[in-house]
Design a binder for this molecule. Structure first.
Ligand code: HEC
Length: 700
């Protein structure tokens, strides 16, 4: 090769690199409104304001996908839940990890440009239903916005991650938390919050991008009538709550995740959460729909004024949030183009609404549903059965409280006309908590969690595990029917990306990133990423090269409470950002082998103590350490405690010795005898597991 040509290549390479590394950063409204025309970047949470999570990039397609391999990876420093969708703007990837930490990486090389840790106090972990997660940032004209677990909204300088402004969006004395990604509309940062399990009153607020001043707030459920109502919408909502003191429980209806925006109609759509407490009879003893729980609410983004609402689960009794992903699209229905809004909330039905006025166009169940036999097309209301009534007897409910579909984003692909739903077949026994008292310092469900203790008998346990599974469902929203499906071994799989390369990408809870043919569902490619995946992948293109990225990390409520298959047991696994391309050639380093189980102390003779411990464990500990004391690879598995940990058990459990790690002390709820009983139960579980593991290795 002659020198001139070499120089020319070197020179243009340098040009390309410097272009990639350029830190210019200017996302403006027009660009986000036109985001569907700019597939090279990923400007807002759902890629576009319509939140379709579809990309017209097709360099990677169903013909060449077999060549897709890892281009770079970046190790994050926590094993707690990772649910973020990264943004990619001007060659920079902005994403979040556990504890609301923000990362900016070079999107071509993976190199870390900056990292910002809001230093959320770890004791906050106790007031979170669903792990120390965050779903991502928003960006606007040189700034990046993150909502933190402890309720702050923070604007960072995109260049170096320094704080531009910071504002507290919640009353810190209440158990509010933020896990959702903000959205920015016309210079306003929109953010909601969570905490319904701990008895808060839900709302969504807008802040000025320039200085963090609050511009408006819309409450989703009414407060104490004695204090007057904030607006006519709250007055209307209050009519649907009954009893003498329903506002004392907080009400719930938190806006903890989904939003979408239609710039033509100038309407913001929010999804609202479950009731607080879950148990409807306790919350609103005289009946009523309890507006705006489990609803889609349309608001004016300039003022927060109410436009319309549609309630998916009137009188919610089962944690059936409607905070699930909202997608806007224009669909041809009965020969007419309709502006629709689509959602598959936890309650098991797939809804298509007219987004101009909230009218129900159609709804069908996408998984097995027992609490209702269908949705009445005339009234738009569910036809409730008695199978969801747990007032007198425990019931086995489909879907369970984790939903037929949870927060994991769907994707609408205009090429196939299909919505890809990361659904799950997961039920749950519901039993009334006979001893319920409102407790501002604890969970407020008025549902008895001790009934979800898994069986100890191994055969029954394996039958239980086999009776639940994940289901990637390709759904035709016009016909309201499933076109293809893929069953997945376990529930709680990742969010979806679809592309015009005729591909659908999804990560699984057993650690694979998988690509399917978007039209037929045929599996085209997969890669093991060594940890469960719950976040949704994204795609982008820089200098003519297409990339696919996923934040690979397990976690979230199911991972904490229900654990993972044995292949990941034994120790928490840190998350990673993993980016793929057609000419990537990177291998992931080997994970350390599963931890060898330490020999547990001899079992306690006192069966009564073990039995009490089992109940207490499922009241206080299982929400983080797993039902049946089986860990999910996110937080330590308590059957695997070392000799030293056993010795420190009381200091950790009651005294808060590990508060810095996110393990609060329970002295205010438990006494020494309680701790001893829980310890006895854990030692019993450890011995059962140790016996099986020794048997297993002896048979090998
Ligand atoms: C809000 C979540 C949460 C709850 C509820 C919780 N823990 Fe923890 N626990 C943690 C975290 C986080 C850690 C530290 C990180 C890790 O070990 O992975 C931890 C660690 C521990 C450890 C140390 C384990 C080891 O091997 O180092 C013990 C013991 C423990 N917890 C006992 C309990 C008991 C007993 C309960 C119920 C009374 C309980 N925890 C409830 C989150 C929780």
């Amino acid at each position: 090769m002659n020198l001139l040509l070499k120089n020319l290549i070197a020179c243009s390479c340098f040009f390309l690199i410097s272009q990639t590394l350029a830190l210019e950063f200017d996302v403006n409204t027009d660009q986000i409104i036109e985001a569907n025309k700019n597939s090279n970047e990923w400007l807002t949470h759902g890629r576009t304001y319509s939140e379709q999570r579809y990309s017209s990039l097709n360099q990677i397609n169903s013909d060449n996908i077999k060549n897709l391999n890892i281009e770079w990876f970046y190790d994050l420093d926590s094993s707690r839940g990772h649910e973020a969708t990264p943004l990619v703007i001007d060659g920079i990837m902005f994403t979040t990890g556990a504890w609301s930490v923000v990362y900016a990486n070079n999107a071509v090389t993976g190199e870390l440009l900056w990292k910002y840790d809001p230093k959320v106090p770890r004791e906050k972990a106790y007031y979170l239903c669903c792990d120390a997660v965050n779903r991502g940032v928003a960006a606007w004209q040189g700034k990046v916005f993150v909502g933190t677990l402890d309720g702050r909204l923070i604007a960072l300088d995109a260049k170096d991650g320094s704080v531009v402004w910071e504002t507290m969006t919640v009353d810190s004395f209440e158990a509010y938390s933020i896990t959702g990604a903000p959205r920015v509309i016309k210079g306003k940062v929109i953010i909601g919050n969570g905490g319904a399990e701990f008895g808060v009153r839900g709302y969504v607020s807008a802040y000025d991008v320039n200085n963090g001043n609050m511009l408006w707030r819309f409450f989703t459920v009414p407060g104490n009538p004695e204090n007057g109502f904030e607006n006519a919408a709250m007055e209307m909502a209050a009519e649907t709550w009954k009893g003498s003191e329903w506002w004392k429980f907080g009400g719930g209806g938190t806006v903890w995740d989904s939003m979408a925006y239609d710039p033509d109609l100038d309407i913001l759509y929010i999804g609202t959460g479950n009731g607080s407490p879950w148990n409807y009879k306790v919350r609103s003893p005289g009946g009523g729909d309890n507006l705006f729980l489990s609803s889609i609410v349309a608001l004016k983004p300039d003022t927060g004024d109410y436009v319309w609402h549609y309630q998916t689960t009137p009188g919610d009794n089962w944690d059936y949030t409607a905070t699930q992903h909202i997608i806007l699209a224009d669909l041809e229905i009965d020969g007419k183009i309709r502006k629709v809004l689509m959602q598959a909330p936890k309650n098991g039905f797939f809804y298509v609404l007219d987004r101009t006025n909230g009218e129900l166009l159609s709804a069908e169940n996408y998984v097995k549903v027992t609490w209702a036999s269908g949705i009445d097309k005339e009234t738009g209301r569910p036809i409730k059965t008695n199978l969801g009534n747990y007032e007198k007897n425990a019931v086995l409910l489909f879907p369970g409280a984790l939903g037929g579909h949870n927060w994991m984003p769907m994707s609408f692909n205009p090429d196939t006309g299909l919505v890809y739903i990361p659904a799950q077949e997961l039920y749950m026994p519901f039993k009334k908590d006979e001893n319920y008292n409102y407790d501002k310092k604890g969970w407020n469900t008025a549902v008895d969690f001790t009934v979800i203790t898994p069986p100890k008998n191994l055969l029954q346990l394996s039958l239980l595990v086999r009776s639940v599974r994940g289901r990637l469902s390709a759904w035709d929203p016009v016909e309201q029917k499933e076109v293809w499906k893929q069953y997945l071994t376990l529930p709680w799989n990742g969010g979806i990306l679809s592309t015009s390369g005729n591909l659908v990408f999804q990560g699984t809870s057993d650690g694979e990133l998988v690509a399917y043919d978007a039209s037929t569902g045929e599996q085209k490619w997969s890669k093991n990423l060594q940890t469960g995946i719950v976040a949704a992948p994204i795609t982008y293109s820089i200098n003519g090269k297409q990339y696919v990225t996923v934040v690979a990390g397990y976690g979230g409520v199911f991972a904490l409470q229900a654990g993972l298959p044995p292949k990941y047991s034994g120790g928490p696994i840190n998350a990673r950002i993993v980016t793929f391309s057609l000419d990537g050639d990177i291998q992931l380093p080997q994970r350390p082998a599963n931890i060898n189980m330490p020999k547990p102390p001899p079992p306690n003779e006192d069966q009564a103590s073990i039995a009490r411990g089992e109940v207490l464990y499922h009241l206080e500990c299982h929400v983080c350490h797993g039902a049946g004391a089986m860990g999910g690879g996110v937080i330590s598995d308590l059957r695997y405690m070392t000799k030293e940990t056993h010795e420190k058990f009381e200091a950790i459990t009651l005294g808060g010795l590990y508060i810095e790690k996110g393990m609060v002390g329970f002295a205010r709820r438990l006494n020494e005898q309680n701790a001893e009983d829980i310890h006895a139960y854990l030692i019993q579980r450890a011995n059962e597991t140790y016996f099986l593991e020794t048997l297993n290795s002896a048979l090998k």
